[in-house]
Design a protein around this ligand. Structure first.
Ligand code: OGA
Ligand code: NI
Length: 340
């Protein structure tokens, strides 16, 4: 596979198979960027837990996105992770080639655009490197030896972000009225690190880094660098999730929408490119294990509030999600409960 966009030498013109039809091209932003909540997690520890929880739930209902600051992960851990992730994609093409594979059963690999590369009509202007990271002892030895600091930096980073996920999910479960530790089991038993690299793109107005989609997991915790690109769809408008120094962007996944019986929204988002600067982002996806059954929380449903979704195994959700290319409404409708 020599298709990696990060290995292309000449970015002078955009190849035809990266040009999106006019209706899905980036276009202009209609509203300014300031609406995504920024939540200070230190407040929750300083006695203002209820207020923090309320902000988090409101943001998750309205946008499915919020950012967190003062989250307890050191600047050093974040900077080291950012730099080693960037370094990974800036290695020589031959070195990256060793990480590529078309084998669907391989869990740790580099790919370009998406897992649907062979069948998608238009490709996305990004490369991805992804692998499981929990429990660390099970996976770390399978990670790349180059860059030499990769295993150590990605290991520390993923352990720290997992602690942050527990903190955030405990605030969310309290806000929803679920029992303490609701998500501390198979619901978040699978943790995937997915690193994206978007090289400068010769024609940002015609291409996309990632097309409109929602995330299929419970939550995503995303580390951005200083380059913009992420946008969330709200009432028909694309709103930028602008990078804030040392913040993480958090978004609700499809499974959390189901568990909250539709209260929290897994909003659609996308990534646009730019012509002057590469962008690196790293998402930690917290997902149920394959056999885990997902359904609206019992505490949130009763005779007057019937479940909006039927129970399903997570492993039955994913193939469905992939076949619909992340079209959220269509995917979730297939798991809707029969009414009447
Ligand atoms: C994703 C995603 C956003 C980004 O990987 O699912 O939405 O900013 N990434 O790279
Ligand atoms: Ni996403």
């Amino acid at each position: 596979m020599d298709k990696l966009v990060s290995s292309r030498l000449n970015h002078e013109s955009l190849p035809g198979d990266y040009i999106f039809p006019p209706e899905t091209r980036p276009g202009g932003l209609k509203i300014p960027c300031s609406n995504i909540s920024v939540i200070d997690l230190r407040e929750a520890e300083n006695g203002d837990r209820i207020n923090t929880i309320q902000k988090m739930i409101k943001a998750s209902e309205e946008f499915g996105f919020f950012q967190v600051i003062n989250h307890g992960i050191s600047e050093n851990v974040m900077n080291e992770a950012r730099s080693v992730f960037k370094e990974l994609f800036e290695m020589p093409a031959e070195e990256k080639q060793k990480l590529c594979s078309d084998d669907p059963s391989k869990t740790c690999k580099m790919l370009t655009s998406s897992v649907n590369y062979a069948t998608e009509k238009v490709h996305m202007w990004r490369d991805i490197f992804r692998h499981p990271c929990h429990p660390l002892e099970q996976w770390q030895h399978l990670w790349p030896e180059n860059p030499t600091r990769y295993r150590e930096c990605a290991g520390t980073f993923s352990v720290e972000v997992k602690k942050l996920a527990s903190k955030i999910l405990s605030l969310i479960s309290e806000g929803l009225g679920l029992e303490c530790g609701y998500f501390e089991n198979d619901l978040t038993g699978s943790v995937l690190l997915s690193i994206n690299y978007y090289p400068p793109c010769p024609e940002p107005s015609l291409a996309l880094g990632v097309t409109k989609h929602s995330d299929p997991h419970i939550i995503t915790i995303l580390l951005q660098d200083h380059v913009s690109g992420l946008q969330v769809l709200k009432d028909g408008n694309w709103i930028a999730v602008e990078p804030i120094p040392n913040a993480f962007a958090i978004n609700v996944g499809n499974q959390l929408q189901v568990i909250s019986n539709g209260k929290l929204k897994s909003c659609e988002h996308r990534v646009v490119t730019n012509s002057h600067e590469a962008r690196t982002s790293a998402g930690l996806f917290f997902a149920p294990t394959n056999e885990c059954v997902v359904e609206p929380a019992k505490a949130l449903t009763d005779e007057h509030h019937p479940p909006n979704f039927k129970p399903f195994k997570y492993k039955d959700f994913i193939p469905h999600f992939l076949s619909k290319h992340g079209d959220t409404d269509t995917v979730l409708k297939s798991f809707a409960a029969q009414k009447g």
